[in-house]
Design a binder for this molecule. Structure first.
Ligand SMILES: [Zn+2]
Length: 309
């Protein structure tokens, strides 16, 4: 059997796990509730148990590394999770906060273990499936419940000093006065997010199901404003980075009848003119539940190639 990497996508709701081959095929995908980890007395031991059981049940051997994506920034050691705001224990505390998650798992399995921000992993997946590996600058912005972003420069993920870079959901929208879940006022997420779409639905369209919001109302003023608010953050990033390609993803742009044309017009209008003189390509991330698992494996392979064990 070929060697595989066990990829895990630990989301706010679901934990997905799969064994990924060197040609990025996912074997034996499986899903459980993230609360199994979140509510465990010892969450890291619980993750080890889940992996051990997964290996046994599916007869997975020759595991080269384990790679886990989390909905949080991760320190540049790619071991320490900064804060899982969306994964909380029964006392309402973030399950992982400034905690080394990789160390305990590595000790248990005696193989390399990597932790990465989930959006970075999805970005690596999108780059591979869309053959963007040779581009100089790729910017990915993923609007779901919140807003996540990732930037790849010359094939490398952009890293800040500590790993807390690109917290795009909380960049300020000037003049914004809505209070954000983070405690600040007027963050991007207050205007361009799944949360905002739910608020618009409650206020203007209580009889419309969330998944029909674009289909039924994309021409209406509140929805056009919402689309422009989403476009704003793409325009900011395009203006900063002068990218080859912008990847548009996340639950919102992946919804039925998301008006790509209106959206792209708004991005192009608001992007700096020097950048627009050269332009950039739009790539839309496609809905697929395995993105985070395969992306985690791609990340591990990149790390293994850089720092052979
Ligand atoms: Zn905020």
């Amino acid at each position: 059997m070929k060697s595989v990497i066990i990829g895990i996508d630990l989301g706010g709701t679901n934990l997905r796990i799969g064994a990924v081959t060197p040609d990025n095929e996912m074997i034996a995908p499986s899903v459980i509730k993230s609360s199994v980890v979140a509510h465990a007395e010892r969450p890291i031991e619980k993750i080890c148990e889940i992996i051990a059981e997964y290996k046994k049940e599916n007869g997975i051997e020759n595991v080269e590394a384990i790679s886990i994506g989390v909905p949080s920034s991760v320190e540049n050691d790619k071991e320490t999770v900064i804060c899982t705001t969306n994964i909380r224990n029964q006392n309402g505390e973030a399950v992982f906060s400034h905690m080394n998650v990789a160390g305990g798992i590595r000790e248990y399995f005696k193989i390399p273990v990597y932790i990465n921000n989930d959006v970075n992993n999805i970005m690596l997946y999108d780059i591979v499936v869309n053959h963007l590996e040779d581009k100089k600058v790729v910017v990915g912005i993923y609007i779901g419940t919140g807003v996540g972003a990732s930037v790849v420069l010359d094939g490398r993920l952009l890293e800040g000093k500590n790993g807390a870079e690109l917290d795009l959901g909380h960049i300020p929208y000037f003049g914004g006065d809505i209070t954000c879940s983070c405690g600040k006022k007027g963050c991007c997420e207050c205007y361009a997010s799944g949360w905002r779409l739910q608020e618009l639905r409650k206020e203007y369209y209580p009889d419309t199901r969330i998944q029909d919001m674009f289909t039924r109302h994309k021409e209406d003023k509140p929805m056009v404003e919402f689309i422009r608010a989403c476009a704003n953050v793409y325009a900011v990033m395009a203006t900063i980075f002068n990218p080859d390609t912008i990847i548009v993803g996340g639950g919102i742009p992946e919804m039925a009848d998301f008006p790509r044309e209106t959206f792209e017009e708004a991005v192009n209008q608001n992007t700096g003119r020097d950048v627009m003189a050269y332009g950039f390509d739009y790539v839309y991330s496609r809905e697929f539940v395995g993105k985070g698992v395969i992306g985690a494996a791609i990340f591990a392979r990149k790390r293994l190639a850089l720092h052979p064990q």
